[in-house]
Design a protein around this ligand. Structure first.
Ligand SMILES: [Fe+2]
Ligand SMILES: [Fe+2]
Length: 243
């Protein structure tokens, strides 16, 4: 567990070592504000067991009141049923995926505990504190959101900015880190047009970004590396651009 931010009643932590066996490495993040916890992209069943065991080191599991699902992939949503059974949390997910995700077996909680976010995004409110749900469609999923935490200034970007095969949690040499992102982005991000649209959205929102935290691999821990990532993404040809 790594603490990314801690100030007064607000805390953000990352778990990066819960993927085992053949599963792709994935990060799980928890934001705590006051007494409430928000879990981001919780992952599958094996991760669920470990995360539940370690959660009390951050916040009591029963205090997880919000679960954010950036998109529909198994490394994001597979254990949602368990979390909804164990907690009183509300899960937030892209509306276009809601009827597909129910194949993971959350039928009984679907009406009461799942909030469908429409394409324009919105907010998640924790104890009066607001986090921003930012549209990031086609990065990579057709219905995809990022989450921005204004107090920590962390932008959680799901699969965007992801790296595979790294043995470190934090990027300190951006140029040498590119090799671990390139293959993934060229295949999984459908087109540079989607990136350009997203960069335009960030500019309009005038987000102040200190950290960029993707769901796989190392995080971009400061303003310099975050800016370099945005610049690299802005010039990237990927997906359909390369067909
Ligand atoms: Fe994904
Ligand atoms: Fe992923």
């Amino acid at each position: 567990m790594r603490t990314l931010f801690e100030q007064e009643r607000h805390k953000c932590v990352m778990f990066s070592d819960m993927s085992s066996g053949e599963m792709v490495q994935a990060n799980q993040f928890v934001v705590v504000h006051g007494d409430e916890g928000l879990l981001l992209d919780p992952g599958g069943h094996k991760v669920y067991t470990q995360l539940l065991a370690e959660m009390p080191g951050v916040v009591p599991a029963g205090n997880i009141r919000h679960i954010f699902l950036s998109h529909q992939d198994p490394d994001i949503v597979a254990a949602l049923n368990g979390w909804l059974l164990m907690t009183d949390a509300t899960a937030y997910m892209p509306a276009i995926w809601a009827r597909f995700v129910t194949h993971f077996g959350i039928d009984q909680h679907f009406v009461t505990k799942v909030r469908q976010i429409d394409d324009t995004g919105g907010k998640i409110v924790m104890d009066g504190y607001e986090l921003l749900v930012i549209p990031a469609h086609y990065l990579h999923s057709a219905g995809n959101f990022h989450l921005y935490d204004p107090q920590s200034k962390i932008l959680f970007t799901g699969d965007l900015g992801a790296s595979l095969g790294v043995d470190y949690e934090v990027v300190d040499d951006f140029d040498s880190h590119i090799q671990y992102m390139e293959t993934f982005h060229k295949r999984f991000i459908p087109t540079g047009k989607a990136i350009a649209h997203w960069l335009d959205t960030l500019n309009k929102l005038e987000l102040d970004i200190d950290i960029i935290a993707p769901q796989h691999g190392a995080i971009f821990p400061d303003r310099d590396s975050a800016a370099k990532l945005l610049q690299w993404l802005g010039g990237l040809e990927c997906g359909l651009d390369l067909l």
